[in-house]
Design a protein around this ligand. Structure first.
Ligand code: NAD
Length: 496
């Protein structure tokens, strides 16, 4: 796809792609002239050389976004026309679905069918927000006779968006599409581990008719490119998706410029499984909720809380399902691909080592697969940890790998206490046939999304998604996201 992208020249090695930043509608060389390497997690081989962004590049991208905003070419375009351009971008993404999915799969290590689903979701974001561009409405307020009071929702200006590596095209589109629909212009900093599809999306948006500078992408490391973007005095809004630690630093940086922030951070989401649940539906969904994307999903179902009476049978069944999971090269569409990097696998293995010291039992997994064909990739077998105490670090810390912890409970109140016993609050699911119990728990669980007899990692494009407590604040997806990307102006007119 590199040729089609028009990204700078090809690399010395033919199969290694090379990309520059995308600024003001063009590929732009890094100011420092420096590139960095990114790797294919399935093989450990170099996949691409990317521009190593720094403060100077960020300045250029923010300036381009500022000029695009102030030129009014985008924010004052007739809203329905803005929407049509977003529809066109959705269409172009779908036309290039296979190339984009292949790139995403190579870059992140996710199975190709998951990558295809991600590309489709990215198209859906542009379609969904394309449809609301001309429906961003205010209200009228009955204050007094002889006066008209009304509100309008206006764009902030330049929206800076810093995103992680686990779902680059999906999370990229999740922030870009509503920001653009509302008339903002955007600068995105994708993660250094996986930036390719975000760059391609900027090219596609340009082809789709987006004015130059309305969407800019800067690649590079967090401290070199992310930090200058977060602290830039020229931005008006910041969306950060990533770890709690970096989220805190980004929020502090934005505070210096009084810039509003949306934080989408980590999670340690529980599945609460009661003995009366329909096990044939619950167990496959619970397994999928942790193994999807090799457990590297903020909303992964990483804790299984199971009613004592069915604990042994459930652990046996989950173990069998884990052991039947096919690992393989992402383009061969296995059940599970590799982790994103050697560093990530080390971090996950650190937790697996810790578990027995905290009294937990490793039921299966916890090591890389023996298959010699997978030796060079960052693979890890699905790992099941049983008898995990609420005091254990593996119970409350986000592991971000294919590791499921199991904790038994007795009764609704204990289940609830365990569900709320971590600092996070992103997603939760309750599996039971008892509807009053399900509703009671849904009302008491502190999480931004609760599923009953289902689990959607983040749900669909239409459902508001975001965290409580250390999982962050503000909502992405759905019409709710428009509240993040617009500010209210109140206008009072005295006419008598
Ligand atoms: P990370 O916080 O390390 O990096 C995220 C982004 O921040 C990257 O683009 C990185 O380059 C940048 N960054 C790093 N240091 C920075 C700094 N000092 N200033 C500015 N930017 C900086 O997170 P990650 O490892 O890429 O992703 C994993 C984390 O993201 C997990 O905790 C996961 O739960 C979370 N996540 C949350 C959601 C959600 O929607 N809630 C979605 C996906 C991932």
């Amino acid at each position: 796809m590199a040729n089609r992208s028009g990204a700078a020249s090809t690399s010395t090695r033919e199969n290694v792609r090379r990309y520059e930043h995308f600024i003001a509608g063009q590929w732009a060389a890094p100011s420092s002239g420096q590139l960095f390497e990114t790797y294919n997690p399935a093989t450990g081989e170099v996949l691409a050389h990317l521009a190593r962004g720094d403060k100077q590049d960020v300045d250029k991208a923010v300036e381009a976004a500022r000029m695009a905003f102030e030129s009014n070419a985008w924010q004052e375009m007739v809203p329905v026309q803005r929407g049509r351009i977003l529809f066109r971008i959705a269409e172009l993404i779908r036309q290039q679905k296979e190339e984009l999915a292949t790139l995403e799969s190579l870059d992140t290590g996710k199975p190709i069918s998951q990558a295809r689903a991600d590309v489709e979701v990215a198209a859906r974001y542009f379609e969904f927000y394309g449809g609301v561009a001309d429906k961003i409405m205010g209200s009228t307020i009955p204050v007094m006779p002889g006066a008209l009071d009304f509100t309008v929702r206006e764009p902030y200006g330049v929206s800076a968006q810093i995103i992680p590596w686990n779902y680059p095209i999906q999370i990229g589109a999740r922030g870009i599409a509503p920001a653009l629909a509302a008339g903002n212009t955007v600068v995105v900093k994708p993660a250094e581990e996986a930036s390719l599809t975000c760059l391609e999306m900027a090219r596609i948006a340009q082809e789709g008719g987006l004015p130059s500078g309305a969407l800019n992408v800067i690649t590079g490391y967090g401290t070199e490119a992310g930090a200058p973007l977060a602290s830039h005095s020229g931005i008006n809004h910041l969306t950060f998706t990533g770890s709690v630690e970096v989220g805190i630093s980004v929020m502090k940086a934005a505070a210096e410029n009084i810039v509003p922030v949306t934080l989408e951070l980590g999670g340690k989401s529980p599945n609460l499984l009661f003995a009366d649940a329909e096990m044939a539906k619950a167990l496959p969904a619970i397994v999928r909720s942790i193994l999807q994307n090799c457990g590297q999903t903020c909303s992964a179902g990483s804790r299984l809380l199971v009613e004592e009476s069915v604990h042994d049978a459930v652990v046996r069944e989950v173990k069998e399902r884990f052991q039947a999971t096919r690992l393989g090269h992402p383009l061969e569409d296995p059940d599970m691909g590799p982790l994103i990097s050697a560093r990530q696998r080390e971090a996950v293995l650190g937790y697996v080592e810790l578990a027995p010291q905290e009294g937990a039992r490793v039921v299966t997994g916890g090591v890389p697969p023996e298959d010699s064909r997978l030796r060079k990739g960052y693979y890890l077998l699905p790992t099941l940890l049983d008898e995990v105490a609420p005091s254990a670090r593996v119970f409350s810390e986000e592991i971000f790998g294919p590791v499921l912890t199991v904790t038994a409970f007795s009764g609704v109140e204990e289940a609830l206490k365990l569900a709320n016993a971590t600092p996070y609050g992103l997603v939760a699911a309750v599996w039971t046939r008892d509807l009053s119990r399900a509703h009671y728990l849904a009302s008491k669980i502190r999480a931004g999304q609760v599923f009953i007899n289902s689990y959607g990692a983040g749900g669909g494009v239409e459902l508001p998604f975001g965290g409580m407590r250390r999982s962050g604040f503000g909502r992405e997806k759905s019409l709710e996201a428009l509240l993040n990307y617009t500010q209210v102006k109140n206008i009072f007119v005295k006419y008598s």
